[in-house]
Design a protein around this ligand. Structure first.
Ligand SMILES: [Zn+2]
Length: 218
């Protein structure tokens, strides 16, 4: 994808966040690395989802600094996204939401336990909790990278805040955000009705391997 394709893709993916009810008002954001450059594109700060256009996505360097000559300011989470791109070279997309069920687990500082095959597929285990971090600087990015490095999960519940997901592409990261909220909701409902039954690790590993390497059209 060239930079114009990515701008259009980001508008579509922000619409997906709205469609999946993962965001309220202007909260939440998607970014994408621009392949073969040291640039990323991210949602502008404080612009309504319905008003997002390909041109409104803000181009920044991988320190999170916007390139000169752009009218709109980038998302207030830009430093966190940039930190992930600098420290996780295989990552092409990052998503942040305050989706309600997942964020309820984050509010308690509790990982979502792996009790469903769909969770083993997508997350390869529990959805982990990351540290509390203030918004604006590198702190959130550090917490995301520290939690997800060496973890199978593409999603982290940042304590008392919300969800960050990563993916090889921005679309993969949005999918992880949708699946994270779905898992958080289902496991919440299951626990309200009784005890949870964690999947054994060997089953989790087998499910994860099958889904990551053999599932879907190839
Ligand atoms: Zn946030």
């Amino acid at each position: 994808m060239n930079i114009e394709d990515i701008r259009r893709e980001l508008v579509t993916l922000h619409d997906e966040l709205v469609r999946a009810s993962l965001v309220a008002w202007t909260s939440g954001n998607v970014s994408a690395r621009v392949p073969d450059t040291d640039l990323m594109l991210i949602k502008p700060s404080g612009i309504a989802y319905a008003d997002l256009t390909p041109e409104s996505m803000v181009a920044c360097d991988l320190d999170g600094k916007p390139l000169p000559g752009q009218d709109l300011k980038p998302s207030s989470d830009t430093a966190a996204h940039a930190y992930v791109y600098r420290h996780m070279p295989g990552i092409g997309g990052v998503v942040h939401t305050h989706s309600p069920y997942a964020t309820a687990w984050a509010a308690r500082g509790e990982p979502v336990p792996c009790v469903l095959t769909a969770m083993a597929d997508e997350f390869g285990g529990e959805i982990p909790v990351g540290p509390f971090a203030l918004i604006g600087g590198d702190q959130i990015g550090r917490g995301v990278v520290a939690t997800l490095t060496g973890h199978r999960s593409p999603a982290v519940l940042m304590r008392s805040h919300g969800v960050f997901t990563i993916g090889r592409s921005a679309r993969d990261a949005v999918k992880a955000a949708v699946m994270c909220e779905d898992a958080a909701r289902t496991v919440h409902l299951a626990r309200a009705l009784g005890d949870l039954q964690p999947l054994p690790e060997e089953q989790v590993a087998a499910l994860h391997d099958r889904y990551q390497h053999h599932y879907g059209q190839r």
